[in-house]
Design a protein around this ligand. Structure first.
Ligand code: ZN
Length: 78
């Protein structure tokens, strides 16, 4: 048995899996003070997109968030 809180398997922001793949380091939430809270990569993307769109970020008090933004689909060049 291990008791390693730093390796939590659930993202505190979206309640989803913290790691999308084995080596996934997640992201530091920009809504947390000093970026001290690690969230999943999807949440990192969501926060980056909301910041880009000048939307207000959900604070840790308001987590878990319901919807995550994703990058718009970009057509691949042939
Ligand atoms: Zn998340």
């Amino acid at each position: 048995m291990t008791n390693d809180e730093s390796d939590s398997s659930t993202c505190p922001r979206c309640d989803g899996p913290a790691k999308l793949y084995a080596e996934d380091k997640g992201a530091k939430s920009r809504a947390s003070e000093d970026r001290s809270i690690t969230v999943c990569s999807n949440c990192g993307t969501d926060e980056a997109l909301r910041a880009f769109r000048r939307e207000r970020l959900a604070l840790p008090d308001e987590w878990p968030v319901k919807e995550l933004l994703t990058w718009p689909r970009v057509p691949r060049s042939a």
